[in-house]
Design a protein around this ligand. Structure first.
Ligand SMILES: O=c1ccn([C@@H]2O[C@H](COP(=O)(O)OP(=O)(O)O[C@H]3O[C@H](CO)[C@@H](O)[C@H](O)[C@H]3O)[C@@H](O)[C@H]2O)c(=O)[nH]1
Ligand SMILES: [Mn+2]
Length: 728
């Protein structure tokens, strides 16, 4: 094709209004600098009241200001992507590359098999040539129930795939499709009935905790579970359920089906399994001997495909003749199906709607796990080189002489728990080990090798998953993320030193923003405790309202509040949602981040081990009901909850103490108090206001989601002693 007619497969647009934003950010920076100057110039002399508190305020504001500066790297250079699928099909319709999809599951109890196979079915039915598509399910529990469900799904797919194609439906997760549709023609009822039959059989098996004897007789694979002892202790089980090279396996219309493989890697108590990263690496090896697709898509078991064209979209970024060469991976945003209108537990809205566009403008987003397309060889450690073009037409391993059983047996060795000993797997090859956010670390090293990545957020969401439905789950998940990100900062691959000179400076700062999530806890804790306590003591920490120094404080606070709410609304959130987001911002910083920060510090000094607490994807009925009503679920006692309620109580006591002085004892005049303490009163008042749901759960609620009485007692005692100590 001549250069003149070159039509790109994707286009990149700079965000409109960037100049305006940059002006605004610069003005905010001026405000911040003024605040710093005010603090520095007004530190009370040694011996004067409030010197220590003042110095602390300076520290906190210095941190907030610097951190805010870092976050500008995520906003300065935002870009948006658009793909041209029709051009892709026109040019490469017949030579599309093979694509391997990896689905990961870890525990049938909190990731129900019926949900897992809905995800599997949704990715099997992509709008893509089936002979070029292979789907691998990694089951870290090695559960017979999950395997049984997958076997059922492989049978159902013979009806489901033709149906999807014929009626061009979306989403292609049957469960999601049937809940979104109310059509009632004969085809619909027929396929729905088939699905319900299957779902019913799976549910019965899961309830009983055992699969029907009949199924065992029909499929020999179940004998592989004869030696199974537990989810942490079992041999590798590999089962090729559909091999698209087989002539006999066709759907009901006689069309080839995608390859479908079940893999439970070997697990032994004496061998550390490295969580999802270990599962992914086993999948990379096994798949390389079956389909060896040059493009790999990974999804979590709850993240079904919501858009049947996502593979084609992603390929537009890998197959453009002029601009695809340096692109290693394409990350889609993480969206959720079970969110409520005002997202009580916060959301990834601003990350997805603003920040990742900013990362993309600087060299590409982080690899955040699910919904990411990779080139196989960059995932396996290939360095970038200007000249060496990557071939997406790599050969598929031919069908060998061995029969399927021999093949499975041979490949099970690749998934054994000792296979990686004395190899570079988890280090130079595949996903990196040793970090709770293995994906972010892996993506970082790929970018350090000279590759870039792409953030693609299509109109119709690519993937939909299940988000946490209780406060505790949310905080635990954010602890894992923020802990992992901070570990990266101190790791061999730290963006701060390893990335220096390898990454675009803007990208490096972007990584730092995420790595430094958890240290934010220190300044936030300080800001939510000390000003309120000083308020009670009658010591002012902010400029008087009539002072000219009041202006920069007012400007920075108001502008930042408006800007972050605007970003939230702009990304599709509601006003109440933005208030909830603010609350979660506070809660994460004063619980998840504290524990993440402490854990990383402990690790640096050699103790404590990483864990991966898998987020539950199902909840009890009453919990679910409260979730839908957006009633915060506190539930069980935990150290994180104790901190949150202690902080809330502390601020309540301070505010009540102030009101008592102002109105009842009238020790200080109302006017005088506002003149000298306005910002402190506002801050304390804000902290009380945002904690209203927490007070409700402490003292008034009767349902199971309330705060347990042990926590109530603890937090009141802690807060009272703190206040008493300061006051007397
Ligand atoms: O030992 C394990 C643990 C987890 N998983 C799977 O990993 C996925 C993610 O686990 P989940 O508990 O849902 O974590 P999330 O915090 O929701 O996951 C986000 O964060 C992870 C990194 O912490 C990324 O890997 C994920 O892709 C991303 O969706 C799930 O499919 C699990 O089944 C395994 O396969 N093996
Ligand atoms: Mn998840």
């Amino acid at each position: 094709m001549g250069k003149a007619q070159y039509e790109p497969l994707f286009e990149t647009k700079k965000e409109k209004g960037r100049i305006l934003y940059r002006l605004f950010a610069t003005s905010l920076l001026c405000g911040i600098i003024l605040i710093w100057s005010y603090r520095l110039c007004n530190i009370p002399k040694p011996g004067e009241n409030g010197r220590l508190g003042w110095i602390g305020m300076f520290g906190a504001e210095l941190w907030f200001g610097i951190y805010w500066l870092l976050t500008q790297s995520l906003r300065w250079n935002r870009t948006h992507r658009h793909t041209f699928r029709d051009r892709l099909l026109q040019r490469y319709g017949n030579e599309l590359p093979r694509v391997d999809v990896f689905v990961c599951t870890a525990d049938p109890a909190i990731e129900p098999p019926i949900m897992v196979i809905n995800t599997v079915l949704s990715v099997m039915s992509y709008n893509y040539p089936p002979e070029k598509l292979s789907v691998y399910l990694s089951d870290d529990a090695g559960s017979e129930l999950t395997f049984y469900a997958l076997l059922e799904a492989s049978r159902f797919s013979k009806y489901w795939l033709p149906y999807c194609k014929k009626f061009n439906v979306d989403p292609r997760s049957p469960a999601a499709y049937f809940t979104s549709q109310s059509a009632s023609d004969a085809h619909f009822s027929e396929i729905k009935k088939l699905y319900e039959g299957m779902a019913n059989r799976i549910e019965v098996a899961c309830k009983a905790g055992a699969i029907p004897e009949q199924a065992k007789l029909e499929h020999t694979a179940f004998s592989k579970w004869d030696l199974y002892s537990s989810k942490g202790n079992h041999a590798a089980i590999l089962q090729i359920l559909i091999d698209s090279r087989d002539e006999e396996t066709k759907d009901v219309d006689g069309v080839t089906l995608p390859t479908l493989v079940y893999l439970a890697r070997e697990k032994r108590p004496q061998h550390f399994h490295n969580f999802k990263a270990g599962a992914m690496n086993a999948l990379i090896r096994v798949s390389s001997e079956i389909s060896n697709g040059p493009i790999i898509l990974n999804v979590d078991c709850d993240m079904y495909s919501n858009n049947s064209n996502s593979i084609q979209d992603a390929l537009c970024f890998f197959m453009d003749e002029e601009r695809s060469h340096g692109i290693a991976f394409v990350q889609f945003p993480q969206s959720f199906e079970n969110t409520t209108k005002n997202e009580l537990y916060g959301s990834l809205r601003v990350i997805d709607g603003v920040e990742f566009h900013g990362m993309d403008g600087n060299g590409g987003p982080l690899y955040t796990g699910t919904g990411c397309f990779h080139r196989r060889d960059t995932l396996c450690g290939r360095e970038f080189s200007k000249d060496a073009r990557i071939d997406l037409k790599s050969a598929r391993p031919g069908k060998t002489e061995e029969n399927v059983h021999e093949l499975e047996e041979r490949l099970e060795i690749l998934a054994s728990s000792t296979y990686e000993e004395n190899t570079q797997w988890g280090n130079e090859i595949g996903l990196k080990y040793g970090c709770p956010v293995e994906d972010v670390l892996t993506g970082l090293t790929i970018q350090c090798k000279g590759w870039r990545s792409v953030y693609y957020k299509p109109e119709r969401k690519g993937f939909l998953g299940v988000t946490a439905t209780t406060l505790d789950q949310t905080l635990v998940q954010h602890k894992r993320w923020s802990e992992g990100d901070l570990m990266i900062l101190f790791s061999k691959y730290s963006p701060a030193w390893y990335g220096l000179g390898k990454l675009n400076p803007g990208l490096l700062l972007g990584y730092l923003t995420y790595c430094l999530w958890s240290p934010n806890c220190v300044a936030t804790l300080y800001y939510s405790i000390v000003p309120s306590l000083y308020l009670l003591k009658g010591i002012s920490l902010f400029p008087q309202v009539s002072s000219k120094w009041f202006l920069p404080f007012a400007y920075v606070i108001i502008a930042e509040l408006i800007c972050s709410s605007a970003e939230f609304l702009w990304s599709g959130g509601t006003i109440l949602g933005s208030w909830n987001e603010l609350r979660m911002w506070l809660y994460k910083r004063t619980s998840s981040y504290i524990f993440a920060f402490l854990d990383v510090m402990l690790k640096l000094f050699g103790s404590s081990n990483s864990t991966f607490i898998v987020t539950p994807k199902v909840s009890d009925e009453d919990v679910l009901l409260r979730y839908k009503q957006e009633k915060m679920e506190f539930g069980s006692a935990s150290p994180m909850l104790t901190i949150l309620s202690t902080l809330a109580m502390l601020n309540l006591f301070c505010l009540v103490g102030l009101v008592k002085e102002l109105i009842i004892t009238r020790e200080v005049g109302l006017k005088y108090a506002f003149e000298t303490m306005a910002l402190q009163i506002l801050l304390c008042g804000f902290l009380v206001l945002i904690n209203l749901p927490l007070y409700n759960a402490l003292f008034f609620r009767q349902d199971k989601g309330k705060i347990p009485s042990s926590t109530v007692v603890q937090s009141v005692i802690f807060a009272l002693s703190c206040v008493a100590y300061v006051y007397y």
